[in-house]
Design a binder for this molecule. Structure first.
Ligand code: GLV
Ligand code: MN
Ligand code: MN
Length: 410
């Protein structure tokens, strides 16, 4: 096995042991497990000749030790947080490939016309505060300060979480990178879909990243006794939510490429002998075309209102976050595809249905993304798996990409 891929996969295993839930991998923003991940990856950054630091929100950054003001930076990376009961590769693989790419470029001994830096974003998944891309939005300068008032399930505000993670919620703007300081951003990531496997290719090049709408939907009915309240006199919030969830499924099935998900539901008071008074659910809607996504959300809002009206309950419809579809930089994407063709029979262009920090970074700097084949296309699941040979190909492609970009800047 390629020793560089062996090292990356050993590191993946080490990182996967840093979890907030025993027996599973869960590493959400600001958790002690995230702090330990930053420390461990910080050691690997140092070993690669980079100087690690943590910015005001908790992103881990490894920079060139000697920085001259005029030199720009090519930033490589991905995120170190995970979903609940996650796979090991979504996020960390891109950070570890970034580090390995810096090591390989340094080993070549060639002077580059820009610096290389590696970033491990602190919150891409948005598990804890229901809002995604916190880390990259701070770097890109698009963080909305009102998000600091968001609260997690335990009632802790994002402001408090940033401070207790060692960050500075009042100084998030200091973590912003000026566009002029960057050459671009390159993110490697598992595909999280089956196309590369079907085509028998190790890697592919991302062309665009789907927009997404995330919302909280709350049905407010009336709690009551499960044994004594006749069916005709109930306002059962959980039944309204159930009807809405099926409406979400049928709305998404109407349009090719549209996906909509209710991933979490909470019913109160939550006892087997009490009718649900409130039911709150999350809604996630995605499509490559923003107009399609937006009209699906509007149709679902109407459906929710109708369900609430007919069941004589209240509805709270609360948009949490909306991001538009984003195109990767055409010149950097061409360069990446060129590098892919050095190592693969052909380069396929893939749209991404999953969200990535690259979607936010594309608003700041030219951005390219490389996908790596993953087993059965499975992701956001402990069965995530990649082949060592594919990791080695991804690394070769990244090093080639850096070499070619360097030639363009010389
Ligand atoms: C992140 O992985 C997302 O697409 O939700
Ligand atoms: Mn993910
Ligand atoms: Mn990811």
């Amino acid at each position: 096995m390629d020793p560089r891929a062996t090292q990356i996969l050993q590191r993946i295993e080490e990182l996967a042991r840093l979890s907030e839930t025993p027996g599973q991998l869960t590493r959400t923003y600001g958790s002690p497990a995230m702090g330990r991940a930053n420390q461990l990856v910080g050691q690997w950054l140092r070993a690669a000749g980079l100087t690690p630091s943590v910015d005001a929100i908790g992103n881990l950054i490894g920079r060139a030790p000697v920085k001259t003001a005029k030199r720009k930076t090519l930033l490589l990376g991905s995120h170190l947080d995970t979903v609940r009961n996650a796979g090991k590769f979504d996020g960390p693989l891109g950070v570890l490939l970034g580090i390995a790419c810096v090591e390989a470029c340094r080993a070549e001994g060639r002077q580059l016309p820009f610096d290389l830096a590696v970033i491990g974003f602190a919150d891409e998944e948005g598990v804890r505060f229901q809002t995604t891309y916190l880390g990259s939005r701070v770097v890109a300068g698009t963080f909305a300060p009102k998000d600091l008032t968001r609260r997690d399930a335990a009632g802790i505000s994002l402001r408090e979480a940033v401070a207790s993670f060692g960050g500075n919620p009042g100084k998030l703007s200091t973590a912003r990178w000026p566009a002029t300081s960057l050459v671009g951003y390159l993110e490697a990531h598992i595909e999280q879909g089956p196309v590369l496997e079907q085509k028998d290719l190790s890697v592919g090049v991302v062309t665009s990243i789907s927009g997404q709408s995330r919302l909280l939907v709350e049905f407010i009915g009336r709690a009551g006794h499960a044994g004594t309240t006749p069916m005709s006199l109930r306002a059962d919030a959980l039944c309204a939510a159930a009807e809405f969830i099926l409406a979400v499924e049928s709305q998404a099935r109407k349009k090719a490429g549209l996906v909509a998900t209710v991933g979490r539901i909470q019913a109160e008071p939550g006892a087997s002998n009490v009718i649900s008074g409130t039911a709150t659910l999350t809604l996630d809607v995605r499509h490559q075309a923003d107009a399609t996504r937006e009209s699906a959300v509007a149709a679902l809002q109407q459906a929710a209102h109708k369900i609430a009206r007919l069941r004589k309950m209240q509805l709270h419809w609360q948009p949490v976050q909306q991001t538009s579809s984003v195109h990767c930089s055409p010149p950097l994407t061409r360069l990446l595809a060129h590098a892919v063709r050095h190592h693969e029979p052909r380069s396929v262009a893939l749209p991404s249905g999953a969200g990535h920090d690259a979607a936010v970074m594309a608003g700041l700097t030219p951005t390219a993304m490389l996908f790596i084949r993953c087993k059965n296309g499975v992701s956001h699941h402990p069965d995530e798996s990649v082949k060592p040979g594919d990791v080695a190909v991804a690394l070769d492609v990244m090093v080639d990409f850096v070499r070619q970009l360097a030639r363009q800047h010389e």
